[in-house]
Design a protein. Structure first.
Length: 451
């Protein structure tokens, strides 16, 4: 058990998940400091406002007066500051240990899966907030109605759980939610079977009276034994919560679900795409599993919003909408493409590959998916926490069969040419999880006043 006293020092505090934990501890009155090479612009002000002492870069000097060091998998074992903490015998805690203890304090929900974690976690927390439960929210994205990526409340704890590094096996929760399993973290797991086995351990882990809410249409999830757990399946053909219809009204999902022989319809005018319709259905299943009246659950889910940088329209430049989305996997790009195709909107996609390992592993899938987009700009790879390599995304640009395609290794050159390139498009979409989101904000800020 984590001791909620002393000073906690967060390494890589600028990340969404780490900053959420740091803010929750600070809001509970615990002394918190943190450092990052470049704290995320969407979290830095919030951290300071919560009283978190921030340092730039990594330096053993940051450890002065630290009683505990919290790290994420982004911190490598040879990091100088991390090594100093070990040498000075300061207890080091993986971020999942902090999250585990917060989720272990009472009624809680833990949401994991390859796609849709942040949105679904936000939907559940917003639903509970609208119902008056005052949840604690620990997310992986900024959710405006909840005031950011973290909110301290007096009710259930709703947390997003990272599945990328296997640490989810230590996470307890009253309700454990798995949205889907896809091939996004095979450099760590090696095979999909290993990923599935790890998620299975998470589902069957403590507490032994937990409820699992699972996607009935995911073949890997369907193929495992959960006989020792209560399971609420959700999906098309599900024996528990059955999706009978999922369609788009414009770009907004309208979903009809059947529960205990009764039909419930959710139409949310703030949400974009069928993929978010599925996330809404999973959120509905979670609220029902928590004992909430299904009519009430359906009603509040019509009012929830997606997090920032999920199909977020920043505004208009010369009549073209500027949109940003964190889509970084071929499956996520496909979900966006299908919405645009149904709405007949002409879209220019600006895609920044995220991590060399993902780029290499899914290269053929990226080629296949991006070739289905008519108009594509490819930028250089964003390495994230991986060492910089002599690997370029130019081969991806060469391989894709898009009608109009462009390659830019330089942001300044892209910004110079983009106002002309984007003429005639309904939407210019900046997609990816790296610096591309900041690029979108910068481009819009620089050009919106000129339009």
């Amino acid at each position: 058990m984590v001791q909620w006293q002393g000073r906690y020092h967060f390494m890589a505090v600028g990340g969404m998940g780490m900053s959420a934990l740091a803010k929750i501890l600070a809001q509970r009155g615990i002394s918190v400091s943190g450092c990052d090479v470049q704290p995320h612009f969407m979290t830095k002000a919030d951290l300071s406002a919560c009283g978190v002492t921030l340092f730039t870069g990594h330096d053993p000097k940051h450890l002065q007066d630290a009683d505990f060091v919290v790290y994420s998998s982004a911190i490598k074992p040879d990091n100088e500051e991390f090594r100093a903490a070990l040498d000075e015998h300061i207890p080091v805690l993986h971020r999942s240990e902090i999250l585990a203890d917060l989720l272990d304090e009472g009624l809680s929900v833990a949401v994991t899966g390859t796609h849709g974690k942040s949105s679904t976690t936000g939907f559940i927390a917003q639903g509970l907030e609208l119902l008056g439960f005052d949840p604690t929210f620990i997310g992986g994205a900024v959710v405006n109605p909840l005031g950011g990526n973290a909110k301290l409340g007096s009710g259930p704890v709703i947390g997003e759980v990272d599945e990328s590094d296997g640490s989810l096996v230590r996470i307890p929760a009253s309700v454990k939610v798995v949205l889907n399993l896809d091939d996004d973290h095979l450099p760590f797991y090696g095979t999909m079977e290993n990923l599935a086995a790890t998620v299975h351990r998470f589902i069957l882990g403590r507490p032994h009276n937990s409820i699992a809410v699972l996607n009935y249409n995911d073949p890997l999830l369907r193929g495992m034994d959960y006989s020792s757990r209560r399971v609420h399946w959700c999906g098309f053909g599900s024996p528990d919560i059955r999706i009978d219809a999922l369609e788009l009204e414009g770009v907004n999902p309208k979903i009809s679900v059947c529960y205990e022989g009764k039909q419930f319809t959710i139409l949310n005018d703030e949400i974009f795409g069928k993929h978010n319709g599925l996330n809404l259905a999973m959120a509905f299943s979670v609220l029902v599993a928590m004992g909430i009246n299904p009519n009430s659950a359906a009603k509040v889910l019509e009012e929830v919003q997606t997090p920032r940088r999920r199909q977020q329209i920043l505004g208009s430049v010369n009549g073209t909408s500027v949109m940003v989305d964190i889509a970084l996997h071929p499956t996520e790009l496909k979900a966006l493409r299908e919405v645009f195709e149904s709405s007949k909107r002409r879209v220019l996609l600006i895609f920044q590959p995220h991590r060399y390992s993902r780029y290499k592993l899914l290269f053929k899938d990226f080629v296949e998916e991006l070739s289905l987009w008519s108009d594509v700009v490819i930028t250089e790879i964003y390495p994230s926490d991986e060492p910089v390599e002599d690997t370029s995304s130019y081969p991806l640009y060469e391989e894709i069969g898009s009608r109009n395609k462009f390659f830019y290794s330089d942001k300044e050159k892209l910004f110079q040419d983009l106002p002309n390139i984007m003429n005639g498009y309904d939407i210019v979409l900046f997609a990816g999880l790296g610096s591309i989101g900041n690029w979108a904000e910068e481009f819009y800020t620089e050009n919106s006043t000129k339009s």
